[in-house]
Design a protein around this ligand. Structure first.
Ligand SMILES: Cc1ncc(C[n+]2csc(CCOP(=O)(O)OP(=O)(O)O)c2C)c(N)n1
Length: 292
């Protein structure tokens, strides 16, 4: 039987939750990812599924300040998806937060859609703070935002940004890290999706970034290592960043989240060939059954 795709119109609010309450949200996001990629017949399955738990806590756990009804609210925190190819997880998250209808998820990567294969600021999709996709650029933009917030505007905004681990092989990333440490950007929370997979192999084999925690320490970051699928650890890490920011620790925070590419779909887990492939019909059916 052909696979019929529908998206529920369920939304979630942004509030402090018990760890076990995030699994329902993350499952909804993972299902959205499989469905929208299957419909698009292209896109990145692996890293999007792997970061769904982090997105669930960041947007629905009372961590970030935002208002989906007023996306340009001046006091909002900002989120920059430096690993722009992971946008299906962000598109689902923003829809589930109420920025726009989940109907838009049918149109991922379609001509004229606001949900392009990488986030485009010019698509005017509410919740998107910057165009990203050229690896290394998004984190540089996020550091610039944090600098202007802390040093020029002197406001209380926090800036969150997520990079991949293959992404940090880009040289420009380390100039951004150096600036963040130098300017004591304690309003910056850098999330590193550490799945040890990139487009064409294991990060440790293609160009090792390790010991990546020591590198961030050398760049004067407060380094937090977590299991990126353990909700308690994710919550505690964001709480630590918020307390670093409130106590003006004078250091940026990096959360190094050990994740599994393709998490939740057995045949995709920890396989880098799923970095940039969508599921076909048969694979989507199996994946959706596993994500019940
Ligand atoms: C500057 C630049 N070079 C190359 C690419 C193509 N590209 C997109 S994602 C990717 C691999 C990134 O690996 P990682 O950050 O680990 O992401 P993951 O595989 O975990 O999704 C590459 C090479 C790009 N988008 N930008």
């Amino acid at each position: 039987m052909a696979l019929e795709v529908t998206f529920s119109d369920k939304t979630f609010d942004n509030k402090r939750r018990k760890p076990e309450e995030f699994s329902e949200i993350a499952l909804e996001i993972r299902r959205d990812i499989i469905k929208s990629l299957y419909l698009a017949k292209s896109g990145h399955s692996g890293g999007t599924l792997g970061t769904s738990d982090i997105f669930s806590v960041l947007f629905f756990g009372g961590v970030m300040k935002y208002n989906p009804k007023k996306p340009d609210w001046n006091e909002r925190d900002r989120f920059v998806l430096s690993a722009g190819h992971l946008c299906p997880v962000l598109y689902s998250t923003l829809a589930r937060a109420g920025y726009y209808s989940t109907e838009e998820l049918y149109r991922l990567r379609k001509y004229g859609s606001r949900l392009q294969g990488h986030p485009g600021f010019d698509m005017k999709l509410p919740g998107i703070e910057s165009s990203t996709g050229s690896l290394g650029q998004g984190i540089s933009i996020a550091v610039g935002m944090a600098m202007s917030d802390k040093l020029v505007d002197k406001n209380n905004r926090r800036v969150f940004a997520l990079t991949g681990d293959g992404e940090v092989e880009e040289g420009v990333v380390w100039e951004a890290a150096m600036a963040a440490g130098n300017y004591k950007l304690d309003n910056l929370c850098w999330i590193l999706d550490n799945n040890d997979c990139q487009i064409d192999g294991r990060v440790k084999d293609v160009m090792s970034i390790y010991p990546v925690d020591k590198k961030f320490e050398a760049f004067r970051f407060d380094v937090i290592n977590i299991d990126g699928h353990n909700y308690t650890e994710i919550i505690n890490a964001f709480n630590k960043f918020i307390s670093n920011n409130e106590s003006k620790i004078g250091k940026p925070t990096v959360i190094i989240a050990k994740t599994i590419m393709g998490k939740g779909v057995s045949f995709m887990e920890d396989k880098y060939i799923w970095h940039g492939n969508p599921p076909n019909e048969e694979q989507a059916k199996i994946a959706l059954e596993e994500l019940m």
